[in-house]
Write a protein that binds this ligand. Structure first.
Ligand code: MN3
Length: 199
């Protein structure tokens, strides 16, 4: 089976300054995200070995590892592309219309997403998810894999594990979320993901 790999960022580690500091972005990408890639590959290797041997005694543990590290890798891969040094502002076109339809207005959407993200209990993510038939909804994901809804695809994800912001923002999680929403969201990428789900 082909190995999963850490994706290369489209910008330098210091490109998101001052809103997202270079040291945190470097550690977050090269250490934390890499850890999920390594963990996912290890889980897949062990599952393959178990199939070969026919010994599925550790299957419950391995499936948990797969869900945790696989979701961690996927969410971080979306997260990096959701950010841009030229981000911020508001979406346009079909995505903007869908946000208005699902949430009433961009401001109402933004307030709900920021509230859901800031209120994550422990480590997790605020997620805007899309479904072809049903439009958009906001999810509050715990860890990487809990409180997802099958059939709904994440198109904008906000990481509020402490590793994502603690060096610069310490306990001020809301300030980190506001900095991302105000200055760094790459709405072109979110719109591209929305189109891929709904076309
Ligand atoms: Mn993270």
């Amino acid at each position: 089976m082909e190995k999963h790999e850490l994706p290369t960022l489209a910008y330098a580690y210091d490109a998101l300054e001052p809103h997202y500091d270079a040291r945190t972005v470097e550690l977050h990408h090269s250490k934390h995200h890499q850890g999920y890639v390594t963990g996912l590959n290890a889980a897949l290797d062990k599952l393959a070995a178990a199939r070969t041997s026919g010994d599925h005694g550790a299957i419950k543990h391995l499936e948990r590892e797969l869900a945790f590290h696989g979701s961690g890798h996927l969410l971080h891969s979306i997260f990096w592309t959701n950010l841009s040094p030229n981000g911020g502002g508001t979406p346009t076109g079909a995505l903007a219309a869908a946000i208005d339809s699902s949430f009433g207005s961009f401001d109402a959407f933004s307030a709900q997403l920021r509230a859901a993200t800031v209120a994550v209990e422990g480590s997790g993510w605020g997620v805007l998810a899309a479904n072809r038939q049903c439009g958009l909804m906001i999810l509050q994901v715990e860890k990487h894999q809990n409180q997802i809804v099958p059939g709904w695809t994440p198109i904008l994800v906000l990481d509020v594990w402490e590793h994502a912001y603690y060096l610069k923002y310490q306990n001020r999680r809301a300030a980190f979320v506001n900095a991302i929403m105000g200055h760094l969201v790459n709405w072109d990428d979110v719109a591209k993901r929305y189109t891929a789900v709904t076309k």
